[in-house]
Unconditional design. Structure first.
Length: 403
C-alpha cells in the first residue's frame, strides 16, 4: 500500500522511495523506475486479458470446425490448422481492444489504491504518463500494423485456400468413422466403420452410388484411396466385398462378389479462386478504384490510428470519483470504445457501398474523437469535471403574501 506524506514512498510494485524533489539526478532515476513499472504492469495485464480472450475464441472456433468435420465437410486433421489461421486473422482487431482494457484496468487500480494521488502529490501529473504511454503506443502500434498489413491478409488467404482445398477434395477424405456421410455431389452415401491408421485402410465400408450404370450398393471389408498417375483421377479401391446392382426382384438384379473393385470419385467442378478482399495485398487495395477495396485499405489504417486515441481516453477516463462510484469511468470508457468503433464501421461501410468517394468520413471520425480525447485529458489534468456544469441563474421567490 502507498504511504501518504511529504516524503514520497511508492508501493511494492515500483519499489521507489524517497523525496522526488531532493535531487534532479535521483528524480530522473526514480521517474525511470516508475515508468518501467507502469509499462510492465500494462504489458502483463494486456497479456493476461489477451490470453483469456484468445482461449474463448479458440474454444468457440474449435467447436465450429469440429461440427464441420463431423459433417464430413473438412477432415479432422485440418481443424487446428484452420483455427490457428482464423485466430491470427482476428488479432489485429483484438490487440487494440486488449491494450485499451489493460490501460483502463491498471489505471483504475492505481486510482483505487491511491497510488495516483500519491504520485500527484509528489509532482507527477497527467502529463508525465504521456511519455511511457507513447512508448507503449509505438510498440503495440507496430505490432498491430504488422498484423493488419501483413499477417492478417496472409492468414486469411492461407485459410481460405486451405478451406477451399478441403471442401473441393474428394469425399472420402472427410468421412468420419461410424457416421453416414453424403457425397458432395449428392449422388452417393459413404459409411466407414473404422479406420486403420497403421495401414491407412478403411474397414467395413458401405458405398451407395447413383452414378453407376445402374444404382448399386457396394459392401467391402477394406478400402483405400489411390490416384491415377496419368489422369490424376481419384479412386476408392474396395477389397473383398460384394456389389449389389439393380432392384431386388427384377430380372436385371445382380449380386457380384469381388476381390478388388475401384469406384471413381467424381471431382467437383473447379472454379476460379477469388481471394477475399481481406486477403488482398496492400498495394492492390491502395491502387484500386473499387470502393470495397478502398474501404478495406482505410480499415487497415484505422486499426492502427485507434491506438493513440483510445490510450488518451483511457488516461482521461480512469479517474475514480468516490461520489459517483468506482465503475463510472470504466463504463464511460467502454461506451467511448463502442461508439468509436461503430462509427468507424459505419463510415467504412459508406466507402464500401460507394456512398463516400473518399476516406474523409473515416478521418473525420478519427479527428473528432482525437479532439474529444484531448479535451477530456485537459479537463482531467486540471481536476475539472469532464462535462462543464452550467451555472443557471437562481430564482428567488418570496413566500410572503403580497400586501
Amino acid at each position: 500500500m502507498p504511504l501518504m506524506g511529504g516524503d514520497y514512498t511508492f508501493n511494492l510494485t515500483t519499489g521507489v522511495t524517497g523525496d522526488l524533489q531532493a535531487d534532479p539526478q535521483s528524480n530522473l532515476f526514480q521517474f525511470m523506475i516508475i515508468n518501467r513499472a507502469f509499462i510492465n504492469e500494462i504489458l502483463r495485464t494486456a497479456l493476461a486479458v489477451t490470453l483469456v480472450i484468445v482461449a474463448i475464441f479458440l474454444v468457440t472456433r474449435v467447436m465450429g470446425f469440429l461440427n464441420q468435420a463431423a459433417e464430413g465437410i473438412i477432415p479432422v486433421s485440418g481443424v487446428f490448422s484452420l483455427v490457428g489461421l482464423k485466430m491470427i486473422a482476428y488479432l489485429d482487431v483484438m490487440l487494440p481492444l486488449m491494450f485499451y482494457i489493460a490501460l483502463i484496468m491498471v489505471l483504475n487500480r492505481w486510482h483505487n489504491d491511491h497510488e495516483m494521488a500519491v504520485l500527484a502529490s509528489a509532482g507527477i501529473g497527467m502529463a508525465h504518463w504521456l511519455k511511457p504511454l507513447s512508448i507503449l503506443i509505438i510498440a503495440v502500434g507496430g505490432l498491430v500494423a504488422f498484423f493488419s498489413f501483413y499477417l492478417t491478409p496472409l492468414s486469411i488467404g492461407k485459410g481460405f485456400a486451405l478451406e477451399r482445398q478441403y471442401r473441393d477434395s474428394n469425399e472420402v477424405s472427410g468421412v468420419i468413422t461410424g457416421k453416414f456421410v453424403e457425397a458432395k455431389d449428392a449422388n452417393g452415401v459413404y459409411f466407414v466403420e473404422d479406420y486403420n491408421r497403421r495401414t491407412g485402410n478403411y474397414e467395413n465400408v458401405f458405398v451407395y452410388r447413383a452414378s453407376f450404370e445402374r444404382e448399386g450398393v457396394v459392401v467391402a471389408q477394406t478400402a483405400y484411396r489411390t490416384e491415377d498417375e496419368k489422369t490424376q483421377d481419384q479412386f476408392l479401391v474396395l477389397m473383398n466385398g460384394t456389389r449389389y446392382e439393380g432392384n431386388p426382384g427384377t430380372p436385371d438384379y445382380r449380386v457380384v462378389d469381388f476381390e478388388k473393385y475401384a469406384v471413381r470419385i467424381e471431382p467437383r467442378n473447379q472454379t476460379k479462386l477469388y481471394l477475399p478482399i481481406r486477403a488482398r495485398s496492400n498495394k492492390e487495395l491502395r491502387e484500386s478504384e473499387v470502393p470495397a477495396h478502398r474501404a478495406e485499405w482505410y480499415w487497415r489504417l484505422a486499426k492502427v490510428f485507434t491506438l493513440p486515441i483510445l490510450a488518451l481516453f483511457a488516461l482521461a477516463l480512469s479517474h475514480v470519483d468516490a461520489r459517483r462510484g468506482k465503475s463510472t469511468g470504466m463504463v464511460l470508457a467502454f461506451m467511448v470504445y463502442l461508439t468509436y468503433t461503430n462509427l468507424l464501421g459505419y463510415t467504412v461501410a459508406l466507402v464500401k457501398k460507394g456512398e463516400a468517394t473518399s476516406g474523409s468520413p473515416i478521418w473525420l471520425v478519427h479527428l473528432t474523437y482525437l479532439i474529444l480525447a484531448v479535451y477530456c485529458l485537459y479537463r482531467r489534468n486540471y481536476n475539472l469535471p469532464l462535462i462543464p456544469q452550467l451555472s443557471l441563474p437562481k430564482v428567488q421567490r418570496s413566500w410572503r403574501s403580497a400586501g
